[in-house]
Design a protein around this ligand. Sequence first.
Ligand SMILES: [Zn+2]
Length: 144
Amino acid sequence: MTTTGSIPEQDQKSEAVTQRIRRGLKLWEEFGDQIEWVAEDRCKVPSCRRAGRHYLVILGPDGERCGCPDYQRNREKLALCKHTTAALISWSKRSTYRVEKRHNSLLPGDEWLLIEHRAGHEELVGAYLWIGQAYLDKWTLEGS
Ligand SMILES: [Zn+2]
């Protein structure tokens, strides 16, 4: 006996969304270290089925997009797939860095602090005294 016909559309949608979130979590657990961020808002997420293949996921203010067949097929109805889910997990765990200038009254110059922000936490990961161009070059390398 099939009950598919009696399941309200909202329940089907909810099940479809849950399934993609579960698969996205599994994808992130298995291949999260292979997600490659190519710009602030986009990354390459590996395909589970075909080794070496990936899909481009773009995070936008009005939602996420993915180039995979599942997303293309269901974008109107679900607007997500396992790749967008994995990308959002990866994005939330990415480290971002900022530089803060602090005047140090004991030292001849300003002190520059490198602060890492990750998953809601901030940590001081570097501090340099500004004395010349050499330090600026070092910062540029570390920030890239
Ligand atoms: Zn996808």
